[in-house]
Design a protein around this ligand. Structure first.
Ligand SMILES: [Zn+2]
Ligand SMILES: [Zn+2]
Length: 165
C-alpha cells in the first residue's frame, strides 16, 4: 500500500470515528439533561412534602422553618397581587357628568344644562370659551352669546339663555 493510500484510509477512519463520537456524545448528553430535570422534579416534590409537613406543624428544623416562612410570606404577596389585578379588572369607566336637576348628560365644559338651564356647579363658565370650538352635532348658535349650541338643547350651555326654535 502506498503512503498516500494509507494516509487517505487513516483520514476516512478518523472522520468515521469523529462522527460516531459526536453522535454518542449527543445521545449521552440528552440522557444527562433528562436525569437533571428528574432530579429537579424530585427536589420539587421534596419541597412540597416539607411544605405540607410545615403546615401540619411537623417541621421544627430551623433551616426548613426559615424556607417555609418565606413561602408563607410569598403566598400572602401572591394573594395581595391577585386582589390588585382583580380590582383593575373590575374598574369601570368614569360616569359621564349629568345635570343634577334633570339628569341629562352634560359635558364638563357646560356652564348651564342644555336641557333645563340649571347652572352646573363645578363647571366653570370661563372654560366654556375654550371649548367653543366646532363640535359635531351642533346645529345652531345661541341668540344671546352666539356660541354653538348642541342640537335639541333648550338652553345655551355657555350663558344659560333659552333657545327658541
Ligand atoms: Zn338639566
Ligand atoms: Zn348663550
Amino acid at each position: 500500500m502506498s503512503g498516500i493510500m494509507k494516509k487517505l484510509r487513516n483520514e476516512t477512519e478518523r472522520a468515521k470515528f469523529e462522527a460516531g463520537r459526536a453522535l454518542r456524545l449527543q445521545r449521552e448528553q440528552g440522557k444527562l439533561g433528562q436525569l437533571q430535570s428528574q432530579k429537579k422534579e424530585h427536589l420539587h416534590a421534596l419541597g412540597e412534602a416539607v411544605w405540607e409537613m410545615y403546615q401540619a406543624g411537623q417541621v421544627t428544623d430551623a433551616r426548613l422553618v426559615a424556607i417555609c416562612t418565606q413561602i408563607k410570606d410569598t403566598q400572602q404577596d401572591v394573594a395581595t397581587q391577585e386582589q390588585i389585578i382583580e380590582a383593575i379588572k373590575q374598574e369601570l369607566p368614569p360616569e359621564p357628568p349629568t345635570c343634577p336637576q334633570c339628569g341629562r348628560d352634560v359635558t364638563s365644559s357646560d356652564a348651564f344644562c342644555p336641557g333645563c338651564g340649571t347652572t352646573l356647579a363645578g363647571n366653570n363658565p370661563i372654560s366654556s370659551a375654550v371649548s367653543s370650538l366646532p363640535v359635531p352635532a351642533l346645529s345652531q348658535n345661541c341668540p344671546q352669546c352666539h356660541k354653538p349650541v348642541r342640537s335639541g338643547a333648550a338652553f345655551c350651555p355657555a350663558c344659560g339663555a333659552r333657545i327658541t326654535g
